[in-house]
Ligand binder design. Structure first.
Ligand code: HAM
Length: 419
């Protein structure tokens, strides 16, 4: 008999290990800059820890945990995430008696019994980061800023940052009542799981993957309309700092994040790739979890990055065309050629790898050339574009095209590449 790896568990062969090493090296370097220390926690915990922390009604706990009894009959679980374990360790080792604020990270395997598919495994790896001890909005914004810095260092293309606030217990109680009333109206459309969740934990209906439930939840009341003044101020401040840090983001009131412990800010970074499994990182504030675990009343916030998902994107983009230009400039006509020629040299002064073709070819030929070079983006400028003051920007991976104003074009292109 020939043995094969268990479904959803994968080997990482030597030629791939290098990418993993690079990702982890960059993460550790960046986290050090922001003052984080590494912590290592076991892969096995008492199952109860996750049931209490993540929530019994969540998919992770009710459907996806690898649990078993050891020889003495104690229920154990392979950790599905790291946050609960880190808090358990924090309390067990009385870490709060040291510094007031702890910035911690851990990297390692997590286990969830999900249906394996692109970007989804049963054993997967997370880079997990937590700030324990600060309740202020600056921590939220800094943490989000740091993830985006990390993805920008890795040059991950086409990411969207979504944020939301789930408020505190005071905001959540009236929201749950109104949500229940809303869901009641669509009772017959909901799947049996959601009919149960409606009473026990209506927020979990937001996580349902059944199409009918997704349709119902699309028009559900927004949690943001129920925030108390303190939570509102916190969320406004988080957004303000993000804007000051030049971060683009979308507010998504439906971002409930699938785990029960969140309070106030939640966020997710999504890619336009990887099909349905498009979240490359997710996290949020969990100010009550430490108390819930019997520890001191200390607020916290964190996130986890799915390493497999980043590796997949990086491999798709960068093994084939690792050294292609960041931008290829397509100029059509003499006037555009002369302008673009100057832009080209300016961009290079700012460390942007870019290229154009001096043969005055037509659009198709230049696009073919850009593709052969492995360009990531193409800016197209012809007579029309010069008159309108707007060029066309094409993403060579997603094939999406958008308009880009030509005033301050160097700044605009630099932002696109560096982000
Ligand atoms: P999560 O959203 O459950 O959050 O997972 C974080 C990331 O792990 C996801 O965005 C995804 O990239 C990756 N991931 C999750 N499941 C799988 C899977 N089956 N296969 C591959 N990748 C996967 C948490 O785990 C929270 N503990 C994050 C956090 C930390 N919140 C506060 N602190």
């Amino acid at each position: 008999m020939q043995y094969k790896a268990v479904k959803g568990f994968k080997d990482t062969l030597p030629d791939k290990v290098e990418t993993w090493g690079q990702i982890e090296f960059e993460a550790k370097r960046l986290f050090d800059l922001f003052g984080y220390k590494e912590i290592r926690v076991p892969v096995l915990e008492r199952a109860e820890l996750f049931a209490r922390g993540i929530g019994r009604d969540t998919d992770i706990v009710s459907k996806e945990m690898y649990t078993f009894q050891d020889r003495k009959g104690t229920w154990l679980a392979m950790r599905p995430e790291a946050t609960a374990s880190i808090l358990r360790a924090f309390i067990e080792h009385k870490m709060h008696e040291g510094f007031p604020v702890h910035k911690l990270f851990t990297i390692g395997p997590m286990f969830r019994y999900e249906r394996p598919q692109k970007g989804r495994r049963r054993q997967f790896h997370q880079i997990d980061v937590e700030i324990i001890g600060d309740a202020g909005p600056r921590s939220d914004s800094e943490l989000i800023y740091m993830i985006m810095q990390f993805f920008s260092l890795l040059k991950l293309p086409d990411l969207v940052l979504q944020i939301n606030s789930l408020g505190c217990e005071r905001c959540r109680a009236p929201f749950k009542t109104v949500l229940r009333e809303y869901l009641n109206k669509y009772f017959i459309q909901l799947c049996p799981d959601c009919r149960n969740r409606m009473d026990t934990n209506p927020l979990r209906v937001f996580d349902c993957k059944v199409e009918d439930c997704k349709q119902v939840i699309l028009n559900a009341p927004s949690v943001l309309d129920f925030l108390c003044s303190a939570c509102n101020r916190h969320f406004d401040d988080v957004m303000l700092y993000l804007k000051k840090l030049d971060m683009d983001f979308e507010v998504n009131p439906g971002l409930m994040r699938g785990l029960d412990y969140y309070t106030r800010t939640t966020f997710e970074v999504r890619t336009r790739e990887l099909g349905a499994q498009n979240a490359v990182a997710g996290g949020g504030r969990y100010d009550n979890l430490m108390k819930e675990f019997g520890g001191p009343d200390i607020p916290a916030i964190g996130f986890a990055i799915g390493e497999e998902r980043i590796v997949e994107i990086l491999e798709e983009h960068f093994t084939r065309k690792a050294d292609g230009p960041d931008i290829f400039l397509v100029a059509l006509g003499k006037e555009a050629e002369d302008k673009v020629f100057i832009w080209l040299q300016e961009l290079r002064r700012y460390d942007i790898k870019c290229e154009m073709n001096y043969q005055s070819q037509g659009l198709k030929a230049q696009m073919r050339y850009a593709d052969r070079l492995g360009a990531k983006k193409v800016l197209i400028v012809g007579e029309d574009e010069l008159i309108k003051g707007k060029g066309i920007l094409r993403d060579m991976f997603s094939k999406e095209q958008t308009g880009i104003p030509l005033d301050n074009v160097i700044d605009r292109l630099m932002r696109l590449v560096k982000l």
